[in-house]
Design a protein around this ligand. Structure first.
Ligand code: ADP
Ligand code: MG
Length: 486
C-alpha cells in the first residue's frame, strides 16, 4: 500500500535520528576511551570533585543548599535524619533571561544571594536577624551546586571555564564562583558561609548513596534535565598528578562532563537540525552530546524538524500551515515538556496531540494524519536522546568494572525532568545496556536505577557533611538548629 507524503516525510525525518545497535556499541567503546584519556589530561572533562567519600545513610544534620545549573534556581535547607530519610524545604525561582544572558557577575550572584535572603526570611525569620551578630565561624554552612564547567581546586574553590545551556555572563569566566557568591552574601549581611562547591551530578550520586533502598553500592549519579552530565567513583590515585592528596577512602568522585565527551563528533553524527541548533547556540562546537540529549535542546530540535515537515508537505510551505503567532515561528518556542505530552498520548485518535498542535503550537489543520506524523518525529527525537543517555551510562558501568564482582548488585541515581517525566526514558536506557555485549541481560539486571529526587539540594548538604566527616571534624551542619533557635 502506498503511504501518504506526510507519513513518508515524517519517516524520512525520523530516520535522521536513528541510532542503532552498531552505533551504540561503537559509541560506548569511544566513551570509555575518552574517559580513560581524560583521566590522564588536564582537560575540561573528568574533573575531580574533591569529594572523597560516599554517604552510607547514617549522616545527620541540617545544611543550606543553592542549586543553579539550568532553568531554575533552588534554595533549600535539608535535614538528614541518619536513617536514609530527609526533609527538605525549598524555594524555586526561574532565572530571568536578562540575568542569564548579558548581565554581570554582580547581577547574577546578587540575584542568587537575594534568593537566599528571601528563603531565610520566609523560613527562619527573626532568628536569622539575631544570627547576623554571631561570629563568622557560627554562620550557616551552605553547599553550592553549580552545574557548569568549572575548574575545581578544593572542595570550596572553583573557577568557571565556560558557560553553556543558554547562560552567558562574560565577566564570571575565569573567576572563583564561591568568592563571587560569598561577596554578595556578605554585602547583604547574611549569616551564611559557602563551604562546598559541587556539581549536580556529584550531588545526585551522594543523594542516591544516602537514600539507596537496597543499600547497594552507588556507582553513578546522572542528570538529564536542562543539560546532561554524570559523576562516578574513581580511584583518588588517578588525581595525584593534580596535587590531590590520597584520600583516606582511596576514592574520588569524578565529574565526567560527558556533555562534551565527543565534541569532535567521532561517534556522534549531526543531522541538519543538530547543525542548526549548534550554529545558533551560545557555544558552537561544544557540548555536542548534550545538544542531542538534554531538555534545553529537544524542544528546539522538534520545532526545526516539524517546520521542515510542514515545508516538505505543504505546497505553500510551513507559513501557510501556521497561525501568524505560532510558537513554531519563534526560536526556542517549544518546551521539551510538549514532547513528553505527545509521546505520552496513547489514544488511537491522538486527541491530545491534535489539541497540542492546534492550541499550543498554532498549527491550523491539526488532522489525525498530521498528529501521527508528528508523533513519529517526537518519538525519534526522544528515543535518540534516551539511547545516547544509555551510551553514557553503559560507558560508566564498563569503566567502573563493577560487574566483575560476581553476583553483586549496583545502584545508579538519576535526576532531572527528562528522566522523571519523559515516557519510557529509563526503559530505553535499559535497552541500550542490554545491547552492550559486556553487560547483556544478566548485567543489566544487576544494575538498579532510581530517581534521586532533590538530588542537587540534598547532595550539596551531604557533600558539606561528608567533607567535614573525612576531615575528622564534627559536622558544622549540626550546629544550625541550635543557631536558628537563638
Ligand atoms: P534544571 O536543569 O534546572 O535542574 P530540570 O531537571 O527540571 O531543571 O530540567 C529542566 C529541563 O527539563 C528544561 O529544559 C525543560 O524544558 C525540561 N522539562 C520540563 N518539564 C519536562 C517534561 N515534563 N518532560 C520533559 N522535559 C521537561
Ligand atoms: Mg537540576
Amino acid at each position: 500500500m502506498a503511504i501518504s507524503p506526510l507519513a513518508a516525510e515524517s519517516q524520512a525525518i525520523a530516520a535522521e535520528f536513528d541510532f542503532g545497535t552498531e552505533g551504540v556499541r561503537k559509541a560506548v567503546k569511544h566513551f570509555v576511551r575518552q574517559f580513560d584519556d581524560g583521566l590522564t589530561k588536564d582537560g575540561d572533562t573528568m574533573i575531580p570533585s574533591y569529594v572523597t567519600a560516599l554517604p552510607d545513610g547514617s549522616e545527620k544534620g541540617i545544611c543550606l543548599a543553592v542549586d543553579i545549573g539550568g532553568t531554575n534556581l533552588r534554595v533549600c535547607s535539608v535535614e538528614l535524619y541518619g536513617d536514609r530519610t530527609f526533609t527538605i524545604k525549598q524555594n524555586k525561582t526561574t532565572i530571568p533571561h536578562n540575568i542569564r544572558v548579558g548581565s554581570t557577575a554582580q547581577d547574577l550572584f546578587g540575584f542568587i544571594a537575594e534568593q537566599v535572603e528571601i528563603f531565610l526570611r520566609d523560613n527562619y525569620g527573626s532568628s536569622v536577624q539575631r544570627a547576623q551578630t554571631l561570629s563568622k565561624s557560627d554562620h550557616l554552612p551552605l553547599g553550592f551546586t553549580f552545574s557548569f564547567t568549572f575548574h575545581q581546586t578544593a572542595i570550596n574553590r572553583g573557577t568557571l571555564i565556560r558557560w553553556d545551556k543558554g547562560f552567558d555572563v562574560p565577566d564570571v569566566v575565569g573567576k572563583d564562583v564561591i568568592v563571587l557568591l560569598q561577596d554578595e552574601i556578605n554585602r547583604r549581611k547574611l549569616p551564611v558561609r559557602v563551604t562546598a562547591l559541587a556539581n549536580d551530578t556529584v550531588g545526585t550520586l551522594m543523594t542516591r548513596s544516602y537514600t539507596s533502598p537496597g543499600g547497594h553500592e552507588c556507582i553513578l549519579g546522572a542528570v538529564f534535565g536542562t543539560g546532561t552530565n554524570g559523576a562516578y567513583v574513581e580511584k583518588s590515585s588517578n588525581f595525584e598528578r593534580l596535587g590531590c592528596k590520597k584520600s583516606p577512602s582511596g576514592k574520588m568522585m569524578v565529574n565526567t562532563e560527558w556533555c562534551s565527551i565527543d565534541d569532535e563528533l567521532v561517534v556522534l553524527s549531526k543531522n541538519s537540525y543538530d547543525d542548526e541548533i549548534d550554529k545558533t547556540s551560545t557555544n558552537p562546537g561544544f557540548t555536542m552530546f548534550e545538544k542531542q540529549v538534554s531538555g534545553y535542546y529537544l524542544g528546539e530540535l522538534f520545532r526545526l524538524a516539524l517546520l521542515d515537515l510542514l515545508d516538505r508537505t505543504n505546497l505553500q510551505g510551513s507559513l501557510a500551515a501556521l497561525r501568524p503567532d505560532s510558537v513554531l515561528l519563534r526560536s526556542s518556542g517549544i518546551e521539551t515538556a510538549t514532547l513528553s505530552a505527545i509521546e505520552g498520548d496513547l489514544d488511537p485518535s491522538l486527541g491530545a496531540t491534535r489539541q497540542c498542535l492546534h492550541k499550543q503550537l498554532g498549527v491550523l489543520h491539526a488532522t489525525t494524519e498530521l498528529a501521527e506524523a508528528v508523533k513519529i518525529i517526537v518519538h525519534a527525537i526522544g528515543l535518540r536522546a534516551a539511547r545516547l543517555s544509555g551510551v553514557a551510562i553503559a560507558a560508566v558501568v564498563l569503566k567502573s568494572k563493577c560487574l566483575a564482582q560476581a553476583d553483586s548488585h549496583f545502584d545508579i541515581g538519576l535526576e532531572g525532568s527528562l528522566v522523571e517525566y519523559y515516557p519510557g526514558f529509563e526503559h530505553h536506557i535499559r535497552g541500550v545496556l542490554r545491547e552492550i555485549p559486556e553487560i547483556g541481560l544478566q548485567g543489566e539486571e544487576r544494575i538498579h536505577m532510581g530517581l534521586a529526587k532533590d538530588g542537587s539540594g540534598v547532595g550539596a548538604a551531604l557533600i558539606a557533611m561528608v567533607a567535614d566527616k573525612e576531615k575528622g571534624e564534627t559536622s558544622k551542619c549540626e550546629r544550625m538548629p541550635a543557631l536558628l533557635e537563638l
